[in-house]
Design a protein. Structure first.
Length: 399
């Protein structure tokens, strides 16, 4: 009997305690105490943080719903260095900075082809990347057709010498045989040497028609090549392309006949170039287009494959602008945090346009006079995720 009385008294104390705590919670009227280092702590009365022992700070309820925003304490704003600014209109140049890669300038590339069918007996250059000057010997070719043409030329010379006063015009025959040798790739010096020595070699040497760098071998020693078949490819590396990718939304701001600045991190400094091509075809999957800028390669210091940054400068315009670090970007959205009241912030979707260095044009989502977080936006977003367990973008995407 005594034990039953003790249990009943204990239950009364527990119920009284719960009612007291409930009264304390109601008494707070929505205000709570939290830790600046551990904002997940919400207490109904002053005290110490149960995690780190710091003194709890008061967060007052201003009556607004926090379902579409977040409210921070003065200490959190100070520690996070949260800074805001009033958005307004200003001048922005259409300066776009793009990632690029140096590639071969295809307009400076040439295929060295065989003018006659035959077998390649020997190459005098064997490695890609080797530099060749115009007139350098390239390869020796064995060709029965060309050897027969040499014999025809020697025979015409012999008949011209012996039967000079006959009714047949042997000078015309010699010239015709000579033109055939020229057509099939022999130069004037080789033909003169043939006429002087009267000896036709089985192999014919061919020389480079231009200066450049070997970028590919299309044939190899011992292989037969058809008339018109490609032997190798040469490229003049004194000019290169900087190929950059640009989003569809940026195409309207590009002057297709304009100039560009190309910065090469590997060697430092900038090079001025000109836009040679803006690809008219857009990749439907990535919505990305290709821009090619031709640049001079003085001293051959630049190499295909190097990374570069391309800056395109065009006319300026008046628009709403924000610092670029005020905008949170991902593959689907561009968002900013705006200040709606003291220490209270709300995320807003925005559409961006031109970018000029540290400034970004705002096409929609904001209007002049809005107060926008210009420093600490990532911290506010992280705090929102920490408190709500999801990002604001995720919440809004479900609406």
């Amino acid at each position: 009997m005594i034990m039953k009385i003790i249990l009943a008294i204990s239950m009364l104390f527990i119920l009284a305690s719960c009612k007291t705590k409930q009264k304390e919670t109601v008494k707070s009227d929505g205000n709570y105490y939290t830790c600046s280092m551990h904002p997940q702590i919400h207490e109904g009365k002053p005290g110490k943080c149960p995690i780190c022992g710091m003194t709890l700070i008061l967060v007052k309820n201003n009556g607004e719903s926090m379902t579409d925003g977040i409210m921070l304490s003065d200490q959190q704003v100070q520690l996070g260095n949260i800074q805001v600014d009033t958005i307004g209109k200003g001048k922005i140049g259409n300066r776009i900075v793009l990632n690029a890669t140096l590639t071969l300038n295809e307009t400076k590339s040439m295929a060295v082809s065989s003018r006659i069918a035959g077998r390649i007996d020997k190459f005098y250059f064997r490695n890609t990347g080797e530099n060749i000057k115009k007139g350098d010997r390239l390869y020796d070719l064995y060709s029965e057709t060309l050897n027969n043409a040499k014999q025809e030329y020697l025979l015409a010379l012999e008949k011209e010498k012996v039967l000079d006063h006959s009714i047949i015009d042997f000078k015309q025959l010699v010239e015709s045989a000579r033109n055939k040798l020229v057509l099939w790739g022999m130069n004037a010096g080789q033909i003169a040497e043939l006429g002087k020595t009267k000896k036709a070699s089985d192999l014919t040497r061919f020389y480079s028609p231009l200066s450049g760098t070997i970028t590919a071998f299309e044939s190899h020693e011992g292989e037969y090549v058809a008339e018109g078949g490609t032997i190798l490819r040469l490229t003049d590396l004194t000019s290169l392309w900087a190929e950059a990718q640009v989003y569809t939304s940026q195409l309207s701001g590009i002057d297709v006949k304009g100039k560009a600045r190309v910065r090469i991190p590997d060697i430092g400094g900038e090079i001025e170039g000109r836009i040679e091509l803006v690809n008219p075809e857009i990749n439907p999957d990535t919505r990305i287009n290709l821009v090619r800028i031709a640049i001079a390669n003085t001293g051959n210091l630049l190499k295909p494959g190097m990374n570069a940054y391309v800056t395109l400068n065009n006319r300026s315009s008046t628009a709403l602008t924000l610092p670029s670090n005020a905008i949170l970007r991902n593959e689907k959205y561009n968002t900013v945090w705006t200040q709606t009241a003291h220490n209270t912030y709300k995320m807003v979707y925005v559409t961006i346009g031109k970018e000029d260095g540290e400034l970004v044009e705002i096409l929609s989502g904001l209007q002049a006079g809005d107060i926008v977080v210009t420093n600490g936006a990532y911290l506010i977003n992280s705090e929102y995720i920490f408190r709500n367990g999801t990002s604001k973008e995720h919440d809004m995407s479900r609406m």
